[in-house]
Every structure is written in C-alpha cells, then in structure tokens.
Design a binder for this molecule. Sequence first.
Ligand SMILES: Nc1ncnc2c1ncn2[C@@H]1O[C@H](COP(=O)(O)OP(=O)(O)O)[C@@H](O)[C@H]1O
Ligand SMILES: [Mg+2]
Length: 252
Amino acid sequence: MTAVVSNAKMDPLPGPGSPAMMLRIQSLEARYGESIVLRDVNLEVPDGKLVSLMGRNGVGKTTTLKSIMGILPQSAGEITFAGKSWRREPPEARARAGMGYVPQGRDIFPNMTVGENLQLCVTIYGAKARERMPFVLDLFPVLKEMLRRKGGVLSGGQQQQLAIGRALLTCPKLLILDEPTEGIQPSIIDLIEDALLRLKREMGISILLVEQYLDFVAAVSDYVYIMDRGTIIAEGKASILADPAITKHLSV
Ligand SMILES: Nc1ncnc2c1ncn2[C@@H]1O[C@H](COP(=O)(O)OP(=O)(O)O)[C@@H](O)[C@H]1O
Ligand SMILES: [Mg+2]
C-alpha cells in the first residue's frame, strides 16, 4: 500500500525553534508470539501537544500504547520518553517517570468507592497526588458528588472520568488515552473534550489519544496519525480528516 502523507507535517527535528519531543517512537515493532502486529511504527508527541492515533478495529492502536507503557515488550525499535530511551523498564517505572495511562475499557476498581479509587493514587504517589486532587474534582465535578459510591455502579461516562482523574493524580507529563469516548453518551463526550483542552491549556500536559470518533479527534488534536495493519499510513494536522483519501482508511 502506498503511504498517504500530508504536506502539513510538524517541524522536522532536531533544529532550533522546533518543539521538544515528549515522546518519540521510531521503527517500533511488536509481536504476540510469532505474529508481528506492529511494524515500523514512527510517531511523535511534542511537548504540550495533543496527538491522536486513529484506525479501524484491530489495526494495532492498543498494541502501540501497550508497547509504550511496557506492558508488551517491543521486539524492535526505539521509544524515547522525556529525553530517555525506554526498553525493558516495567509499566510502574514508566508511570513513575510520567506516563499516565487510561486503558481501553477503563479498568477502575468496581468494588471500591470513587473516593477509594482516587485515594489509592494518593497512597502510591503521595503529596503530589494529594495536591492534584482539588484540580481533578474541579475538572470532573461528578466525582465529588459520587465519592462514596462504588466505582462499579457509575455509568460508563462517569467511570471514564474516574479513570482519567486517577491517571491525572499521578501528575503525568504525558497522558495516554485509549478510546475514551467508546460507548459513552454525547453529553459526557463533550465534557471529556473540554477536559482534554483544559489539561493542555492549564497544565501543559502532552496527550496521546487513541480514538475512532472522528469529530472528537478533529476538535481536540494538534496532529493526527492514521494506522492500518500495524503501521502508520498517513499523518498530518487535524485538517487531513476532511480528506476522503484519508477517511477511507477509517470507515468500516
Ligand atoms: N493478547 C493478544 N494476543 C494475540 N493477538 C492479539 C492480542 N491482542 C491483540 N491481538 C491482535 O493484534 C492486532 C491488533 O490489536 P489491537 O492493538 O488491540 O488493535 P486496535 O486497538 O487497533 O483495535 C489484532 O489483530 C488483534 O487480534
Ligand atoms: Mg484497541
């Protein structure tokens, strides 16, 4: 397949005046057993930017995020995060270094209350998580109302807010979200959209968003990558999402 690459690329690196990179993935390969799922994946998230990775079901988006988090070992390639190369470090080490991961399907603890779910982060991350708590409760006020409710009784959208809130308590440099709008009602999608824009604006957090909902991606992204069959086949500013040559790789 020929790669469709938009002219609207980010500034080439390195060079004076170009943005510093929070995350850089070069020639990433990942396998499940013998089968190669990712090949030659190249992707960058500049400091303070929101970058989206789109693609149909099964193309390798979640696998890319698992490789970045060290949940799945990369079989080849280079992951550079916050100026350091990451190869064998476990997920906990990456989280401590500033990767905040919200997995697909948002695995909160259903039998713990909202408050306990959040408090767990304070136990692990200490004072900086405690200091971040008011911001998280202000960002997602419903969590404040639901502090004593069990996580499992929340709606999908409320659980998503809890999952994002928990990741934010770790004070991430890079927030990594896997399909946060999946199965969530439109009013809460708007709320999550506003929250992501606020995180970027007020906290300067870099965000890597895996998402299939095109309008949402178009509204929040500084830059977009399109994946098909385990590799990046197109990239550019969010305006490429108006191009039928690009969106044909997204429609089912
Ligand atoms: N644990 C696993 N073991 C074997 N194959 C897997 C596993 N998880 C995903 N795959 C396969 O890897 C490919 C990419 O999956 P995934 O990264 O989850 O795609 P996406 O997130 O884009 O929907 C798919 O073909 C899927 O069937
Ligand atoms: Mg997935």
